[in-house]
Design a binder for this molecule. Structure first.
Ligand code: NAD
Length: 440
């Protein structure tokens, strides 16, 4: 069954309003894409500070220019709200709220549930609801659908429900949001048809799949694939280090194989909102069908041991210079979880700072994109980024490279630092080697 042609015609005419719930790293770029393509967009977020900034045409995401936002507001194509009063005006509602783990490392769906409850209150005929948040297979049908159907409206006839995951790669200039293929699954064929009609307006290539569960499973597979492969090279890093073999050089050689090999790189620990978290959504769901996800658990174990491995390398390197970590001055370079972004969520830098501090080191950090360390559920370090100069760098007993931002002055650091412990192969890659540079 196809979606009603009246709705599809309204999409084509741009006589159609898109509501985006959750205006963060995923939601705000979607606002820009729909708004930039002529749709009227209503943005909703529970964080009043964010909506206030947006109303003033200010962006809090590095790669979204405030001017473009201001243009949309001037053209009356974007408004931001910190309540859901006007949610009913939206013809399509795209949900981009967080899906973290709770303290027991189990899925915490409270944001998705609360959002869905808000949608239920204004759900009306013809509305399309599309979940974008990463989650375990089954969420759309088991968590959203019963709530949305509770008022008597029928899915696929009165309202439409889909799941379409996001594939952002922040900081990667090679792909634009429009050129990354987008997977879409609908609860019914009409749901899929309507969701595809809408997303086809802003994305070059859609990948329709047979169900929301397949679409949810696709996203989870993509993130597990990364987590497991990163764990593999992290394990090899430790083994090869003991054998005095440079794993980064090994990977560079291996990647010349034109088939059957994809390069993954070791690092100081996983970070960001996705890879350290999403695989455990499946772990939790798999228990329901009596299966334990051993690969995922093992990858988690190896990856989460990496910050301690880096700290061990710092201690060893200081030790070989007759210096104890306890009492040493250590500068960590990078608080964002990956290069050239300002996102510090789940960043290994925080963990490394904490572990170094617990061992008695006097810690500081520098990151051009993270001026101060935020207080989170797990960390409250209260540090501000220190400016980098030859004088300041040389005053530390060790400098630990956690995030390979291109903005770091590598040559100056290489010349000024007494000891560099490099968790990203950032110095060797740029030709800066020497006995004071240690891979970690
Ligand atoms: N960041 C990425 O690169 C990325 C990539 C793919 C998928 N995802 C997934 O997308 C989802 C959103 O991630 P994000 O990175 O945009 O998170 P984010 O924290 O940057 O943004 C989420 C926003 O939702 C808001 N919010 C929370 N509860 C709300 C509610 N009940 N109603 C309205 N707004 C609410 C928060 O205030 C925040 O602004 C997650 O499931 C994540 O796993 C993220």
């Amino acid at each position: 069954m196809r979606a009603p042609s009246t709705l599809k015609e309204r999409i084509a005419r741009r006589d159609y309003t898109v509501g985006v719930i959750g205006l963060g790293y995923v939601g705000l770029p979607l606002v820009m894409r729909f708004g930039g393509d002529g749709f009227r967009v209503l943005g909703f977020d529970v964080d009043g500070l964010k909506t206030e900034q947006l109303r003033q045409g200010k962006s809090y995401i590095q790669h979204i220019p405030g001017e473009r936002l201001a243009d949309l507001i001037r053209a009356e194509r974007f408004e931001a709200f910190d309540d859901f009063e006007r949610l009913g005006e939206a013809d399509a509602i795209v949900i981009c709220v967080p899906t973290p783990l709770n303290d027991h490392r189990e899925p915490d769906l409270q944001y998705v549930e609360r959002t869905t409850d808000a949608v239920v209150r204004t759900l009306r005929r013809g509305q399309l609801v599309c979940l974008t948040s990463t989650t375990y297979p089954g969420t759309t049908e088991e968590v959203l659908l019963p709530r949305l159907s509770s008022g008597g409206l029928r899915v696929g006839e009165d309202f439409f429900l889909a799941y379409s995951p996001e594939r952002e790669d922040p900081g990667n200039a090679q792909f634009t949001a429009a050129t990354i293929p987008k997977v879409v699954g609908g609860v019914t064929p009409a749901c899929l048809d309507l969701a595809c009609t809408l997303f086809a307006e802003i994305i070059e290539r859609l990948v329709p799949v047979s169900s929301t569960r397949v679409a949810e499973g696709t996203k989870v597979l993509e993130n597990i694939y990364r987590a497991v492969n990163i764990a593999l090279v992290n394990e090899l890093k430790v083994v090869f280090d003991r054998m005095a073999i440079d794993l980064w050089e090994v990977i560079d050689a291996a990647r010349t194989k034109p088939f059957g090999f994809q390069a993954f790189y070791p690092g100081p620990g996983l970070g960001g909102h996705c890879i350290p978290i999403d695989p455990f959504y499946l772990t939790w769901k798999a228990r329901e069908v009596g299966i334990s996800t051993r690969f995922i658990e093992l990858a988690g174990e190896i990856n989460s041991a990496m910050p301690a491995y880096v700290v061990g390398k710092v201690a060893d390197a200081l030790d070989s210079r007759r210096k104890a970590l306890n009492g040493a001055k250590v500068l960590v370079l990078g608080a964002a979880y990956k290069s050239d972004v300002d996102d510090d969520r789940e960043s290994p830098g925080m963990k490394i700072l904490e572990l170094l501090g617990a061992k008695g080191a006097a810690v500081a950090y520098s990151d051009p994109y993270v001026p101060r360390l935020p207080r989170t559920r797990h960390h409250d370090l209260g540090l501000v980024s220190v400016p980098l100069s030859a004088e300041s760098v040389s005053s530390y007993d060790a400098v630990v490279l956690v995030t390979d931002h291109s903005a770091f002055p590598y040559q100056m650091i290489h010349e000024a630092a007494r000891l560099i412990v490099d968790g990203r192969d950032a110095f060797r890659r740029r030709g800066f080697t020497g006995s004071h540079v240690v891979q970690a």
